[in-house]
Design a protein around this ligand. Sequence first.
Ligand SMILES: Cc1cc2nc3c(=O)[nH]c(=O)nc-3n(C[C@H](O)[C@H](O)[C@H](O)COP(=O)(O)O)c2cc1C
Ligand SMILES: [Fe+2]
Ligand SMILES: [Fe+2]
Length: 399
Amino acid sequence: MIEGGERMKARQIRPNIHWVGAIDWDRRLFDALVPLPDGTSYNAYLVQGSQKVALIDTVDPTMTGVLMAYLEDVPVIDYVIANHAEQDHSGSIPHVLAKYPEAKIVTTPKCRDLLMALLLVPQDRFITVTDGETLSLGDKTLEFIYAPWVHWPETMLTYAQEDRVLFPCDLFGSHLATTEMYVANEGQVYEAAKRYYAEIMMPFHTIIEKHLDKLSGYRIDVIAPSHGPMYDKPSFIMEAYRSWVFGPLKNMVVLPYVSMHGSTQKMVEYFVEALIERGITVRQFNLAVTDIGRLAIALVDAATIVLGSPTVLSGPHPVVAYAAILTNALRPKTKFASIIGSYGWGGRMVEQIKGLISNLKVELLEPVVTKGYPKDGDFAALDRLADEILTRHRQIKII
Ligand SMILES: Cc1cc2nc3c(=O)[nH]c(=O)nc-3n(C[C@H](O)[C@H](O)[C@H](O)COP(=O)(O)O)c2cc1C
Ligand SMILES: [Fe+2]
Ligand SMILES: [Fe+2]
């Protein structure tokens, strides 16, 4: 591990604009919630103008040493641009401020308040900027674009006008550890960026619509996000975002479920066959073993979600409750929902799941719940639910 006192060579993006980030190959969980199958990176950028020097964002506090090694030969930093207060980008700010006593943090008023609360930075170290304000570094000009909710309410984007580089922090990011500066394998980055969108950005998709519209007025040659590789073809990620935000729903049922003793499992197996027969795609997730990131990806454009659960201590199985809470929080565009499952003597499994997904703007289709192992009548009810889903998908013209 790099502890500082060592030198690292910053990687040039444009003359006097360098990547000075940290690659976290081994991290496997983010925000104590999000699985990171491919690690991640925390990208910081050094912009050296003819008069002033700015550092755009920093790195996770666990990797401060890496950033400080890049800054070993940088005698002055005038401004630390804080696009976002979350610690994976702001966490090294106190170290940078300690090394550069004259440096000021440039950010939104909301971000200043959060940084004061989270990192105990004193108020006199801040300069706040308004939406659209610019900051001259001499021959380079930084423009600040307010973009709340990507991913917290305080976020902004920074645009280097002369070089046409956009630094959007979390927006357009991907959790992907790679030595490649720019997207090399489009398929791999598409998947990682979609996972990232699903987990981090999807809850705010209506606001992101407006940000995408606003950005269409900018000439952008490079997008330099704060996680994952940069985009030297910005249209790749812009078009992907447009399709996730504005694109049509798919003729697809997402089916997260769990089963302790096989009854719900049997219902799921029968139901999946019934959906396949009707020409409907299914993404089946056994929550006992699934990576919830894959569930999140499937939710980006599925028309329907059906949750499957046994009844446990009067309610849903706790892992199904978890999936329901997560789905509710991620607010996918999903239009229809239902519940299937099993019970032994009684409980409020269906009512409780309904309560847990109350934020979803979905039409709830009649649940199918069976006492114990499913029988002919239960299979018939599952057929009816599959018919109902087919009818609804036809009504919204996705089949
Ligand atoms: C730990 C545990 C708690 C249970 N609690 C309830 C309950 O509160 N109400 C109920 O109707 N059934 C309860 N059951 C019975 C199950 O819901 C029933 O056996 C169901 O068919 C299991 O479905 P599965 O085979 O998909 O796991 C419980 C079973 C277990 C193992
Ligand atoms: Fe964030
Ligand atoms: Fe982040």
